[in-house]
Design a protein around this ligand. Sequence first.
Ligand SMILES: *[C@@H]1O[C@H](CO)[C@@H](O)[C@H](O)[C@H]1NC(C)=O
Ligand SMILES: *[C@@H]1O[C@H](CO)[C@@H](O)[C@H](O)[C@H]1NC(C)=O
Ligand SMILES: *[C@@H]1O[C@H](CO)[C@@H](O)[C@H](O)[C@H]1NC(C)=O
Length: 504
Amino acid sequence: MRQIANMQTWLLSLFICLVLGFISNAPCLALPDYYDDYYDDLETASGGPPEPLIKLDNIFVDPPYFDRAEIEISAEPNADVLMNCDVKNFHANNVVIWYKDQTVIVNGQHSMNERFEALKNNSIVLRSAQLDDEGNYFCTVLPQNITQNVVLTIEKAFSIRCDGRDVLDRSIVYRQGESHVCECKSAGGEESNIKWFLNNRRSSDVELEIEDNAIFIDPVDEHHAGIYQCMDDDGSPTPKHGRFEVIVYYAPKVSTHRHHVNTELGGIAELYCDYRSHPIATTRWLKNNQYLSLSEKYMMSYAAEQHFNRSTLTVRDVAVEDLGEYKCQAENTIGSSEMKVHLMLEPERGQFESVEINGNVVTLYWLVRSLQPLSEAVLDYKMTGAYTWSTTTVLHTHRHEAGIWKVTHEMELLPGEWQTRMKTKNTVGWSKFSAPYIFTIGEESEDDTMVDIVDDKENVVIAGFGGGAKEQKASDSARCHLSLYVLLLLVPTTLLRQRFFTRH
Ligand SMILES: *[C@@H]1O[C@H](CO)[C@@H](O)[C@H](O)[C@H]1NC(C)=O
Ligand SMILES: *[C@@H]1O[C@H](CO)[C@@H](O)[C@H](O)[C@H]1NC(C)=O
Ligand SMILES: *[C@@H]1O[C@H](CO)[C@@H](O)[C@H](O)[C@H]1NC(C)=O
């Protein structure tokens, strides 16, 4: 199509040309030298004749034009910036005028502003670019009055952009599940010097995903919230740095330190629902899928802790029908989540408290909550990798009133990695097993440490596993026998109770 149109216009111009030629006697279709360039440019024209459109000194040439109306360039501060006027078909009668916004800065070869130098090829050079130099420059070609816009941005000495947006010194809100990329740039700096921090911790410590100075926050979650800092660690005493804050909106996260709550009939029970959320969440309690409301039976209270908020459901005058499963639901504008709590008469799961390892002898401490007296404790242990648990039971129990029991168990084991778990029984029934606890007995010299340990402990009830006296066992090779001493210590002290509470 284009070629046909070309042909038509050419024929038309040829006709005009011939008429003019006839009048003026000027050489008509003799092409000036610069047409050679034109042919070079028009590779696809397959030898078709050019498009003579304007008249210049009695000959027809192509009008100047720009391939692109707008060009974006960016420069570092203090650098000299070359701005080209990419005009095609520039002819001897054309003049270029450069503007910054409305102001003429270069007219033809004359610079109106000493900071700009006019080059022969219509380009200009801006000396020592500053932030103020950012903006729109226009290269206008007269007489056709066509313009190209050159948009100049000066790179900040230091910039942080998330998804292309400047976030330096700002607070941005991201929602859970989104993905974002934040990039840090230091003008003139080495890429390898860039270091990222989140809440004053090195990016490697907080497992931030980093690639080419950019951090990938993907998918956004609660732990991404905080102050991000980027530093160009170039070894100077005042490295360039910048920061921004990320606020994360996430659905509530609900937990409790007691999924099973021991109580007694006629007593008062408290169920805890700990939750974190942003924005703020509301919580509700359910029993048998019915929302609970304030009544003689139920009371709800709220408390703000440092890292979570707690909703407490108080059940008064506990009856058999009050036992069973409760749910805590937390909801905010992002989503909702829920958690189950069981109210029961059986002992709560044992909570591992501490371990002491002395040679081949390990002493394990657990805490158990039960308002009812404990009648039995069972301890399972096995070497890691073994299929079955070995079980030991303890017959000695002690009555007490605090509702918290301390279970102490001491045994001598072969070197290796061991797992252990325990459960207790009260007058109503068995608790669930505690979460397994893993510990390692190291290879060691044949020290007779056993005697020392047992001698150190007063008020220890030895349950008599392994039959023989402990001194005998200890003097035997630990490699030959698995000697087992079970000690159950039930200590009803308010001191322990305090420790138990502060752990959570
Ligand atoms: C114009 O001249 C300068 C300096 O000689 C050169 O760097 C620049 O690339 C030229 N511009 C164009 C569009 O050729
Ligand atoms: C060039 O065109 C612009 C509009 O595109 C007009 O405002 C301006 O006056 C024109 N300049 C000349 C010299 O004709
Ligand atoms: C706890 O609740 C308060 C409002 O009562 C809220 O401002 C705060 O952010 C909450 N804390 C957490 C960790 O959700």
